[in-house]
Write a protein that binds this ligand. Structure first.
Ligand code: DQA
Length: 150
């Protein structure tokens, strides 16, 4: 069975009580529950991981090489700052879709630049918890189809 790693970056553990008007009312546990349900329906294994620490996310990405088939990552604030996470993704060479709950392109200018997006197959931004499910659908199709886009 294929295995997909879902990585949640800093402050996403606060979902449900964090700027609800931007990020919605669902907690991370509720989002993870939806992700698990989706994985069960499609028939893949999901590994869920959240960290507030850049280095821990880097280590998790390094460990993913050779052990997971694909990744969905919401690097949160590290999207805009972390060359380390970008380099880890580039080294891992695992099909990855970047997701954001909010539409980063209609927010502050500093959020409109993603350092990690160039390493991803694509980016889904602005659909709340559904961004994760759309990201999973996209990466799942990518690793399931015989003729991949990349
Ligand atoms: C976010 C957007 C980032 O700019 C922000 O720092 C986050 C969450 C999102 O999911 O919309 O923490 O990645």
């Amino acid at each position: 069975m294929k295995k997909i790693l879902v990585l949640h970056g800093p402050n996403l553990n606060l979902l449900g009580s964090r700027e609800n008007e931007i990020y919605g009312d669902l907690t991370l546990a509720e989002i993870n529950k939806r992700i698990k349900k989706f994985a069960k329906e499609k028939g893949f294994v999901v590994d869920l991981y959240q960290s507030n620490h850049e280095g821990e996310l880097v280590t998790k990405i390094q460990e993913a090489k050779g052990t997971v088939d694909a990744m969905v990552i919401n690097p949160a604030a590290y999207t805009h700052t972390s060359i380390a996470i970008r380099d880890a993704l580039a080294a891992a060479k695992i099909p990855t879709v970047e997701v954001h709950l909010s539409n980063i392109y209609r927010r502050e200018e500093f959020r409109q630049k993603s350092l990690t997006a160039p390493i991803a197959l694509g980016v889904i931004s602005g659909f709340g918890a559904t961004s994760y499910l759309l990201g999973l659908q996209a990466v799942w199709e990518n690793i399931s189809q015989r003729h991949k886009v990349r």
